[in-house]
Design a protein around this ligand. Structure first.
Ligand SMILES: [Zn+2]
Ligand SMILES: [Zn+2]
Length: 348
């Protein structure tokens, strides 16, 4: 089959690889209808996540149609339309039972292979999905492919970020970073009742999206974000900050904006070695810091059940669509945010 494979820092190749096969009886093979590029793929792309095997199929966000199932798969059969979180999960271990499916004892991240171990990704014609019954979800008739795709990571992660921020209608909140996850965090925070919600980004067209989703746009190159937030909080600072970038700079801004006793909800993938603030600064702010990978399997199921992605035009953030064969170009456009690109999908 054809796939986008990792060949070294900033080298993504459209290549022919072996078709995925069933290995375990709990596996399924899914024919990809649509995959997408995620901000966390860029860490691999730029070589910031060292250790990814050359030749690994990239990507962890997809929807598709079940092509083949192993003997132990009972919930899905050939032809079922499915969506998937970005990690596999067994549904039975300690972590799966407490809803922390992203830390499943048997789980793996799609699109991550190290020394021959791990899973190939979704930017391909087909993908092997281990533990299919407890990993995949049916793509219900009321859900478009694009909504299903975003539910597997960006929307679930945005919602997780907003929930960790402890949103209530009387609070003042800020979202740092208005990429796909930040925009989803804004929608989720609004859904959870946030009335005063600031959106921080340097790119104006992303801020326009944020405004459309109900946030107050702030461009730090044009205004003092801190001053704006102090102005509406009698000088206290934000009740919670959702930090979705995963950089030193954004974390520094987050602690600067937060009021004593506030919460930083951090869902951006961090690759720095240390926190950008000291334990003393955290102490002085009586800070609550919540971070980590979103348990997307848990959230996707919950949000679907509650009918939340069905209510909002979350798919509006998908600004670009490419053929899989144009993957190299797609990565470049997505990475450099060219042509006002926010989220890019790939069609095999
Ligand atoms: Zn992702
Ligand atoms: Zn598990």
């Amino acid at each position: 089959m054809q796939a986008l494979t990792f060949r070294g820092a900033e080298i993504i190749e459209y290549s022919t690889v072996k078709d995925p096969q069933l290995i375990q009886p709990s596996d399924a093979v899914v024919k990809i209808s649509m995959a997408s590029i995620c901000g966390s793929d860029l860490h691999v792309y730029h070589g910031r996540e060292t250790g990814e095997d050359h030749g690994t199929v990239m990507g962890h966000e997809f929807v598709g149609v079940v092509e083949e199932v192993g003997a132990n798969v009972t919930r899905f059969k050939k032809g079922t339309k499915v969506l998937s979180p970005f990690t596999t999960s067994c549904g039975e271990c300690f972590y799966c039972r407490i809803g922390l499916t992203c830390r499943c004892e048997k789980g793996n991240l799609f699109g991550w292979m190290h020394n021959g171990h791990g899973l190939h990704g979704a930017q391909a014609a087909y993908i092997r999905v281990p533990m299919a019954d407890s990993t995949l979800l049916p793509l219900s008739a009321d859900l478009s492919e694009k909504k299903g795709l975003l539910l597997g990571d960006a929307f679930s992660t945005g919602y997780f970020s907003a929930e960790n921020a402890g949103i209530n209608p009387s609070g003042v909140y800020a979202v740092i970073g208005c990429g796909p996850v930040g925009l989803m965090a804004i929608l989720a925070a609004k859904h959870l009742g946030a009335k005063t919600l600031f959106a921080v980004d340097l790119i104006d067209d992303r801020l326009s999206f944020a405004e459309k989703f109900g946030a107050i746009p702030l461009n730090p190159s044009l205004t003092s974000v801190k001053e704006q937030i102090l102005n509406v909080t009698q000088g206290r600072g934000a009740d919670a900050v959702m930090e979705v970038v995963g950089s030193d700079k954004s974390l520094t801004l987050a602690i600067d904006l937060i009021r004593p006793g506030g919460t930083i909800s951090s869902v951006g993938v961090h690759t720095e070695k240390n926190f950008s603030f000291s334990p003393g600064e955290a102490y002085d702010k009586n800070l609550t810091y919540k971070s980590g990978r979103c348990p997307a399997r848990y959230y996707a199921e919950k949000l679907l059940r509650e009918g939340i992605p069905q209510q909002y035009a979350i798919e509006d953030i998908i600004t670009h669509q490419f053929e899989l064969a144009e993957g190299t170009k797609a990565y470049e456009i997505f990475d450099k945010k060219l042509d006002k690109c926010i989220k890019a999908v790939l069609i095999p």
